[in-house]
Write a protein that binds this ligand. Structure first.
Ligand SMILES: [Zn+2]
Length: 323
C-alpha cells in the first residue's frame, strides 16, 4: 500500500487552491509524458520518408550552410521545401537559430526543431522537453487532427497559467483546465489504441501510456486522500514531483533570460521565499533547487533603485512566458 499523507502535506492540502494547482501540475506531467512516444513516432516516420525521397543535391556537392542560419544551399533546399510544406507557420516565423541544417539527414530532432519554439541550440543533443513538443504538435501538420490547433494551444495556455500563478488555482479555472487535460489525454490514449502506426510498439512503456487516463484518475484520488492504492506513488511523492518540475522549469527559464530583465522576478522571489519558509519539509528535500531559483530571481529582477542606471522597462523587457 502507498504511504498515507504526511501531516505537513495534509495541512497544505487544506488549502483547496493549492491542491488544485498540484492536481493540474500532475495532470500536465502525465500528459507531457504521454505525448513523447507519439512525437517520436511521427517525427521518425517523417525523417525516414525524407531520407528516402529527398535527393541530397548534385553529386559531389556538400552542404555549405551555417548552424543557426536559414539554409540556402543546394543540398538543403529539397529538405527545406519538404519540411516547410508540413509547417503551419510562415517561413518568416521559423526560428532558424534552433537548427543546424547539416544535421537534417542524420538527426530527426534537428528536423523537428524547425517547428519548435525559440531557446534551443543548433546541433545539440536534443532531448524532448514538454514545451517544445507541444509547439511541435501545434506547428507541424503531421499530427492527428484531434491533437492540433486550439486543443494544443489551450494546453500551452494552462501550462503558462500554472507557471505564472502563485502556486494556486481558483476552483473555476481548475474545473475547466482539468476537463481539458483529461479529454486531450483521452485523445492521445485513443490514438495509441487505434492507430496502426503504434501497433509495433507493444512494449510496457506504451501500455503505460495507453492507461494514462486511468493513471491520472487514481493520482487525483490519491491527492484527495481518497485512495492509497498499491503500486502507485504516494501523495507526498506526487507533490514532490510537481514542485520539482515547477522549480526546474523556472530555473531553466530564468537562466535563459538576460540579466536584470524581468519585472516579475522580484515578486516571484518573495513568493518562493515565503513558500519555503512555511514548508520546511519541502525546503529540506528540495533545498538546493529552491535556493538556486531564488538566487536567479535576485539576479534577474529589474533593479530600479540600485546604484546602477535605472533599467528601462520597455521593448527590451522579457517577461517570463512559459510556452
Ligand atoms: Zn546546406
Amino acid at each position: 500500500m502507498a504511504k498515507p499523507m504526511s501531516e505537513s502535506l495534509q495541512r497544505r492540502m487544506n488549502d483547496s487552491e493549492y491542491k488544485n494547482w498540484i492536481k493540474l501540475g500532475q495532470g500536465l506531467k502525465i500528459f507531457n509524458d504521454s505525448i513523447i512516444p507519439l512525437c517520436e513516432v511521427v517525427i521518425n516516420d517523417f525523417h525516414e520518408y525524407l531520407k528516402e525521397s529527398t535527393t541530397t543535391g548534385k553529386e559531389g556537392e556538400s552542404c555549405k550552410c551555417e548552424a543557426g542560419k536559414e539554409p540556402m544551399c543546394g543540398v538543403c533546399m529539397p529538405w527545406k521545401t519538404e519540411i516547410l510544406d508540413k509547417s503551419t507557420i510562415k517561413t518568416s516565423e521559423i526560428i532558424w537559430d534552433n537548427i543546424d541544417p547539416k544535421k537534417w539527414p542524420t538527426h530527426m530532432w534537428e528536423v523537428a526543431k524547425t517547428y519548435m519554439n525559440s531557446g534551443l541550440k543548433p546541433g545539440d543533443d536534443y532531448k524532448p522537453d514538454s514545451s517544445s513538443l507541444l509547439n511541435l504538435m501545434l506547428n507541424c501538420k503531421l499530427f492527428p487532427k484531434e491533437l492540433t490547433g486550439k486543443r494544443i494551444r489551450k494546453i500551452l495556455e494552462i501550462r503558462n497559467k500554472l507557471m505564472h500563478s502563485n502556486m494556486n488555482m481558483s476552483n473555476e479555472s481548475f474545473k475547466d483546465f482539468l476537463n481539458h487535460i483529461q479529454s486531450t489525454l483521452d485523445a492521445v490514449c485513443n490514438i495509441y489504441k487505434t492507430d496502426k502506426k503504434f501497433e509495433k510498439y507493444k512494449n510496457e512503456t506504451l501500455q503505460y501510456k495507453r492507461d494514462a487516463v486511468k493513471l491520472l484518475k487514481v493520482h487525483l484520488e490519491i491527492i484527495d486522500g481518497k485512495s492509497v492504492e498499491a503500486g502507485y506513488e504516494s501523495a507526498n511523492d506526487i507533490e514532490n514531483g510537481v514542485i520539482k518540475q515547477y522549480f526546474s522549469e523556472l530555473k531553466e527559464k530564468l537562466k535563459r533570460m538576460e540579466d536584470k530583465s524581468d519585472e516579475n522576478a522580484d515578486r516571484l522571489q518573495k513568493t518562493l521565499e515565503d513558500f519555503s519558509k512555511k514548508n520546511d519539509d519541502l525546503e529540506r528535500m528540495l533545498k538546493s533547487l529552491i535556493s538556486e531559483v531564488i538566487e536567479l530571481c535576485k539576479q534577474k529582477a529589474i533593479n530600479v533603485s540600485g546604484d546602477n542606471n535605472i533599467v528601462v522597462v520597455g521593448s527590451t523587457n522579457v517577461s517570463i512566458t512559459y510556452n
